[in-house]
Design a protein around this ligand. Structure first.
Ligand code: S3P
Ligand code: PEP
Length: 443
C-alpha cells in the first residue's frame, strides 16, 4: 500500500542526530564477513531493507549471520570458496548494489543461483555485470535486455580477466573483484574515473592483497589476488554521507538552523556533494576528523546559508552520484543557475532520477531544464511555491528530496509514496521531525 507523506515549512532545525550506517559499506561488511574465516562483528550496520536482504542472502549462502541484542551483527564465515548453493531464489528487493555484488560473488562458485527483485530492480540493466562475469566463465540466463529475474551458474575454474569498465560504476568494479577472490591468479579492473573504493579498503582490512596502480592511458588499475585468506574482524560502519545529505540540505535551506551530525563518512570518493555545497556558499564544518576501520569520518556542523548557483563538472559525478536529487532541491533555493552534467547514469537508478527531479521541481514551481544527461536548475533566490504532489516511482532518494523541499517551500510538498525510504533510511521521518521538521502522514 502506498504511503503518502506531506512536509510543510519547518521551524529552524536544531540539535544533534545520528544518521544510519553507510549502505555501501554495510553490504560489503556482510559479504566479506560471510567469506572470512572466523567471527566478524559489525557495529553501526544500516538496518534498511536493502541491507537486510543482503544479510538474508548471506545466510542462504551458508554463513552464520545474527543480530545481537546490543544491535551489533555477528557473522561467522565459511572461508573463501565455502559458499553453498541457496535452496531458493534470492530476492534482492530494491537493491542494485546487493544484486550486482552478489552476482559477482556467486559467479565463481560452482552452483546455480536465481536472482529477482522488485519492479524497480527488475527494470535495471544487469548486462554490465553479466558481460565481464561471463568472460570469467559464469553462465547466465536472464530476461530480455539482461534484466532480472536471472539465473547464474558459477564456474569451478574461473579465468582471471583484465576488464576496463565501460561505465563508471563501483557496483560493476566490486562484482568483478568479488568474483576474483575465488579465481586463481590476478583479476584486474581498470576504471578511467575513480569510483567509491569501499570494496578495496575493506578487502585489505580483511587481509586480501589489493593493488592500485596508475593505468596506462589514464585512471587506475585495481588488482585483486585470488584465494586470499580473509580473516574475520570487527567492522565499525561510518554514518552514511548520502543519507546525511538530506538533513544537511534541510539545515542549509531552513533559516536559522544549526545541526550537528556525528561520525559521517568523509571518504573523498563520496564527498562530491559536500564540495559542491561549499562552492555554493554553504556553512558546513568538518570537526574532529578521524579514521574508523580504514574509512575517514568527521562530525558535521551545518548552519543555514544563502546559496548561489554553480556549475558542477561532469567528472565529479561518480563521487556524488546518489546526491543529485537533493542537490537539485538545494539549487532550486539558490540564487543563479546550477548546471549538473554527466548524469546519464541517473536514468538507470531506482527510477529515472533525471526525469523524476525535473518533473517534481517544475510541479513545485522551480525553473528547470532536463537534457539527455544534464539537469539545469534556474534558482532565483526566492522561495519556490511547493504545493504539489510529487511521484516518487518507489525511489527513496526522490521521496526524501521532496520532503526536504517541503520543509523550506512556501506551501507544503506531498510525495505520493514514501515507502521506499525504508530501503536506506528507515528512521528518516523521526530523525527529521526530531530536528524540527513537520513531516506527516497524509490521511
Ligand atoms: O557500490 C555501491 O555501493 C554503490 C555504487 C553506486 O552505483 P553504481 O555503481 O551503479 O554507480 C551507487 O549509486 C549505489 O547507491 C551504491
Ligand atoms: C542507486 C542506489 O542504490 P542501489 O543501486 O543499490 O539500488 C541508491 O541508493 O541511491
Amino acid at each position: 500500500m502506498a504511503k503518502p507523506l506531506s512536509s510543510r515549512r519547518a521551524s529552524p532545525l536544531a540539535g544533534s542526530a545520528r544518521v544510519p550506517g553507510d549502505k555501501s559499506i554495510s553490504h560489503r561488511a556482510l559479504m566479506l564477513g560471510a567469506l572470512a574465516v572466523g567471527e566478524s562483528v559489525v557495529t553501526g550496520l544500516l538496518e534498511g531493507d536493502d541491507v537486510l536482504r543482503t544479510a538474508a542472502c548471506m545466510r542462504a549462502l551458508g554463513a552464520e549471520v545474527e543480530r545481537r541484542d546490543d544491535g551489533s551483527w555477528r557473522l561467522f564465515g565459511r572461508g573463501g570458496g565455502g559458499l553453498m548453493e541457496p535452496s531458493d531464489i534470492l530476492d534482492m528487493g530494491n537493491s542494485g548494489t546487493g544484486a550486482r555484488l552478489l552476482m559477482g560473488l556467486v559467479a565463481t562458485h560452482p552452483f546455480t543461483t536465481f536472482f529477482t527483485g522488485d519492479g524497480s530492480l527488475r527494470s535495471r540493466p544487469m548486462r554490465r555485470v553479466i558481460d565481464p562475469l561471463t568472460r570469467m566463465g559464469a553462465r547466465f540466463v536472464s530476461r530480455d535486455g539482461g534484466r532480472l529475474p536471472l539465473a547464474v551458474t558459477g564456474t569451478a575454474q574461473p579465468t582471471p580477466i583484465t576488464y576496463e569498465l565501460p561505465v563508471a560504476s563501483a557496483q560493476v568494479k566490486s562484482a568483478i573483484m568479488l568474483a576474483g577472490l575465488n579465481t586463481a591468479g590476478e583479476t584486474t579492473v581498470i576504471e578511467r574515473e575513480a569510483t567509491r573504493d569501499h570494496t578495496e579498503l575493506m578487502l585489505r582490512n580483511f587481509g586480501a592483497t589489493v593493488r592500485v596502480e596508475d593505468a596506462e592511458g589514464g585512471g587506475r588499475a585495481i588488482t585483486v589476488a585470488g584465494f586470499p585468506e580473509l580473516t574475520g574482524r570487527p567492522v565499525q560502519v561510518p554514518a552514511d554521507p548520502s543519507s546525511a545529505a538530506f538533513p544537511v540540505v534541510a539545515a542549509l535551506l531552513v533559516e536559522g538552523s544549526e545541526i550537528r551530525l556525528p561520525g559521517i563518512g568523509t571518504n573523498p570518493l563520496r564527498t562530491g556533494l559536500y564540495q559542491t555545497l561549499l562552492e555554493m556558499g554553504a556553512d558546513i564544518r568538518f570537526d574532529n576528523p578521524r579514521d574508523q576501520a580504514g574509512e575517514p569520518v568527521a562530525d558535521l556542523v551545518v548552519r543555514s546559508s544563502r546559496l548561489k548557483g554553480v556549475d558542477v563538472p561532469a567528472e565529479r559525478a561518480p563521487s556524488m552520484i546518489d546526491e543529485y536529487p537533493i542537490l537539485a532541491v538545494a539549487a532550486a533555493f539558490a540564487e543563479g543557475t546550477t548546471r549538473m552534467r554527466g548524469l546519464g547514469e541517473l536514468r538507470v537508478k531506482e527510477s529515472d532520477r533525471l526525469a523524476a527531479m525535473a518533473r517534481g521541481l517544475a510541479a513545485c514551481g522551480a525553473a528547470v531544464e532536463e537534457e539527455r544527461d544534464s539537469l539545469i536548475v534556474h534558482g532565483t533566490g526566492r522561495i519556490p511555491d511547493g504545493d504539489a504532489t510529487v511521484a516518487t516511482h518507489f525511489d527513496h532518494r526522490i521521496a526524501m528530496s521532496f520532503l526536504v523541499m517541503g520543509m523550506a517551500s512556501a506551501r507544503p510538498v506531498r510525495v505520493d509514496d514514501a515507502e521506499a525510504i525504508d530501503t536506506s533510511f528507515p528512521a528518516f521521518v523521526q530523525l527529521m521531525n526530531g530536528l524540527g521538521a513537520k513531516i506527516e502522514v497524509v490521511e
